[in-house]
Design a protein around this ligand. Structure first.
Ligand SMILES: Cc1ncc(COP(=O)(O)O)c(C=O)c1O
Length: 468
């Protein structure tokens, strides 16, 4: 046997050349497995089209200088899997397999819905997270590697109850917390729970998060757009509908950056009490407020009317996919059942690592560090807009990871698009992209969390150069 040993299978588009070296690469210790994999790939890739007759096992074995048993075992394996057919009298033939058209798999498009609110991923506290993971791995009893409580590991729920109570004034009894796969899953479970409890539709902020609206719909709710102004959602407009649920971002409206005004907060909770309605509170980036302490969560005022949700996507990283729900008592069991049927529970190691991160104050320290950095970036944005986009203003409160740039005079939508796509510009999306029924004023939602201050200066200059 030499490495150059090869066999050619005819009757294919171009003739398939099987090299013993390649076969070894697929299965160094198991030649039959390696040959099966080479043939499987050729069938899937279209290089061995349906109907191609494979050489007799004896002849392929001779060409490859392997024992006949190797080829027989490879053929048998692929017959069992359905890639090949063994026909009496006709030998072994390639089956009809759904292969990618033309033999080349379609290119995988990156799934990157634009999101201006990405945190500074380069500042993720890797060393501390690694320590927390190690502590978690060392401290987890064997029994806790089994299927866990769908509501989440008790240690994380205890840490979350303390954290959310202390930082967000959330009332969070342990049996009402459900640890989720980010806010995205929290919203999905919230929608499914409301549907189960006979609530068919939900009001959504307009403009608002396209992703959240989509998730609520996929969860089974119909969505009705409710206008938003500089004081947050228009509660009178909500009350004029027959809805019994609404999804809001009271601490920092996404994307306009408004804070729900005190009178509206009261009105919203009164509406919920009168209608026996539920408020879904999306507290996505409330930790970051640069001009004053963040406004506490609505949930603390009415824990039985508010389904509260949040995540670590803004404070740590969206890729960790950890979030939470704090449910009113009457929805807690349903949400637990829904979480269980969705995916049993969140990964236990990550949950305990986050618990350690919260218990040791590592999250508080990280947020303090990052808040100083983000505040400086926001100031750099204001300076750069002043310098390069005279007449434009930056609206929304000093909070979060994004701001809205608003021109003094109306700017056509294609000009805003050109600015949003300007080479070297910041992550930017026209405000209109977040609108459903309303026609918002022209504006650009711009992310500044993930870019350094000098990049902000250059980015705004580049966008200004593309402005009309
Ligand atoms: C309005 C809003 N809610 C919630 C989130 C967080 O979603 P997740 O926790 O699923 O990453 C985002 C992220 O951009 C958001 O824009």
């Amino acid at each position: 046997m030499t490495e150059s040993t090869a066999a050619t299978i005819d009757g294919t588009n171009s003739g398939l050349r099987l090299e013993l070296g390649d076969i070894r690469e697929h299965g160094a210790r198991d030649l039959a497995g390696g040959l099966a994999e080479a043939l499987r790939r050729a069938v899937r890739g279209g290089r061995l089209p349906a109907g191609t007759r494979l050489p007799a096992s004896r002849s392929l074995a001779a060409d490859l200088e392997v024992s006949r048993g190797v080829v027989v075992r490879a053929y048998e394996q692929l017959v069992a899997e359905g890639y090949l057919h063994a026909h009496t009298g006709r030998g072994t033939v390639v089956s009809e397999v759904h292969t990618a058209a033309g033999g080349t798999p379609p290119p995988v498009r990156p799934f990157e819905p634009g999101n201006p609110g990405v945190p500074a991923l380069g500042s993720f506290p890797r060393a501390e997270w690694l320590r927390a993971l190690e502590t978690a791995m060392r401290s987890l009893p064997d029994a806790e590697l089994g299927y866990g409580d769908p509501r989440g590991h008790p240690r994380l729920r205890r840490a979350l109850a303390a954290y959310l109570g202390r930082t967000r004034a959330v009332v969070a009894p342990l049996d009402r917390i459900v640890v989720t796969g980010g806010y995205a899953q929290a919203a999905r479970l919230a929608a499914e729970a409301l549907v189960r409890h006979g609530v068919p539709g939900v009001g959504v902020e307009d403009p608002g998060s396209v992703g959240v609206v989509e998730t609520l719909r996929v969860g089974g709710l119909t969505t009705t757009p409710i206008p938003v102004d500089e004081h947050g959602i228009d509660v009178a407009a909500l009350a004029a509908t027959g809805l019994r649920a609404v999804s809001v971002t009271p601490a920092h409206q996404f994307p306009t950056g408004a804070v729900l005004a005190p009178a509206r907060r009261t009105a919203l909770l009164e509406w919920a009490a009168e209608r026996d309605a539920m408020v879904i509170e999306d507290d996505y980036d409330a930790e970051y407020r640069y001009d004053r302490s963040p406004v506490g969560a609505l949930q603390g005022l009415a824990p039985d009317r508010v389904l509260y949700g949040g995540s670590i996507s803004k404070t740590l990283a969206p890729g960790l996919r950890l979030g939470w729900l704090v449910a009113p008592a009457r929805l807690a069991t349903t949400l637990t059942e829904l979480k269980h049927s969705a995916d049993i529970a969140e990964p236990v190691l990550d949950q305990v690592a986050l618990a350690v991160f919260l218990e040791t104050g590592a999250l508080d320290r990280h947020i303090r560090r990052m808040a100083a950095r983000y505040a400086a970036r926001r100031r750099a944005l204001l300076t750069a807009v002043d310098r390069h986009l005279p007449g434009w203003s930056v609206t929304g409160v000093a909070a979060g990871l994004h701001a809205v740039l608003v021109p003094a005079r109306p700017v056509p939508s294609d000009a805003l698009e050109a600015m949003a796509h300007a080479p070297g510009g910041l992550a930017a999306i026209p405000l209109a992209a977040y609108a459903q029924a309303v026609r918002p004023r022209p504006g650009l939602v711009v992310g500044y969390g993930a870019v350094t201050t000098d990049r902000i200066e250059r980015g705004i200059a580049a966008m200004a150069a593309a402005a009309p």
